[in-house]
Design a protein around this ligand. Structure first.
Ligand code: ATP
Length: 268
């Protein structure tokens, strides 16, 4: 139980609605991941499903978010672990953690194991690789071989990386399905701003959102979230300390002007 609470993510449930844009990736994921998790009996013979899914692309584009949404939409348990946290463990600990994680994931299936920064774990062998990281890597490949979605078991491993070219051949082979998660285009940026703005009172019109989307070329989803959070501070900054005496309902709404001010000091 202790290990489980260490590796489980207890955040808010994330759905595909929370992921703006990425329509092609979402459709593919529904088909090859969510449906087989919900109805493994339909996926027999040629309709085989991958046991590993690799999400690659620039930082902050929603790879972790997709992992969480998959777990929620497939009614699966979500296990999230960062590769660098494994390799920094005491000798022998990382290896044990990997074995235990696959064990708990199998016990709690259907489950999704999300491994962030996978390149730091499954990287091409370097001469300075120590014994411990080699053992963690072997343990992980063994664990990955034992997973999959079939009528016998439903454990999906999702690897995320910004540097897919650094993965070694053995690892790449196991992630049969690979999806590129790109930076958002102007249309996706507008969608994302709309999703983010649903959370607070605001006065932005559709046209203003589209103008912001055009002016944020090169911004990732994470950058847009940072921009929106900064703009959301606008009404408080405008009022100064007197804002602290006000009811939430009485605060001025976030406006286009607040975004323009924040945009002046923010880059992708
Ligand atoms: P990294 O490679 O740095 O780990 P990542 O691709 O896993 O990044 P996330 O951690 O999923 O990116 O995204 C960071 C934050 O940016 C998310 O919490 C989310 O708020 C926002 N975000 C990014 N892309 C999207 C998107 N397409 N839709 C909604 N929110 C997004």
């Amino acid at each position: 139980d202790k290990i489980e609470s260490e590796i489980m993510d207890n955040g808010e449930p994330i759905t595909f609605h929370d992921i703006a844009g990425l329509e092609d990736a979402k459709a593919t994921i529904q088909e090859i991941v969510c449906w087989p998790m919900l109805r493994p009996d339909l996926f027999t013979g040629l309709r085989r499903t991958p046991n590993g899914l690799l999400l690659f692309g620039p930082p902050g584009t929603g790879k972790t978010l997709i992992g969480k949404a998959i777990a929620h939409e497939s009614k699966a348990c979500f296990f999230s672990i960062s590769s660098s946290s494994l390799t920094s463990k005491w000798i022998g600990e990382g290896e044990k953690l990997v074995r235990t994680m696959f064990g708990v994931a199998a016990y709690r299936q259907p489950s999704v194991v999300f491994l962030d920064e996978i390149d730091s774990l499954l990287t091409q062998r370097k001469s300075d690789d120590n014994e411990s990281s080699r053992r963690i890597k072997t343990e992980f490949l063994v664990g990955l071989d034992g997973t999959g979605t079939s009528s016998q078991g439903r454990v999906l491993v999702i690897g995320a990386t910004n540097r897919p070219q650094e993965l070694d051949e053995a690892a790449r082979r196991r992630f049969v399905k690979r999806l590129y998660i790109p930076l958002p285009n102007a249309k996706d940026r507008a969608c994302l701003l709309k999703v983010l703005l649903e959370k607070n009172e605001n006065t932005l019109s559709g046209q203003e959102i589209e103008k912001l989307a055009r002016d944020t070329d090169g911004f990732s989803g994470a950058d847009l979230k940072a921009l929106s959070s900064d703009a959301a501070m606008g009404p408080l900054r405008q009022l100064g300390p007197s804002a602290l005496k006000m009811e939430l309902k009485a605060l001025p709404a976030i406006s286009y002007k607040h975004f323009r001010i924040s945009l002046r000091s923010m880059n992708p």
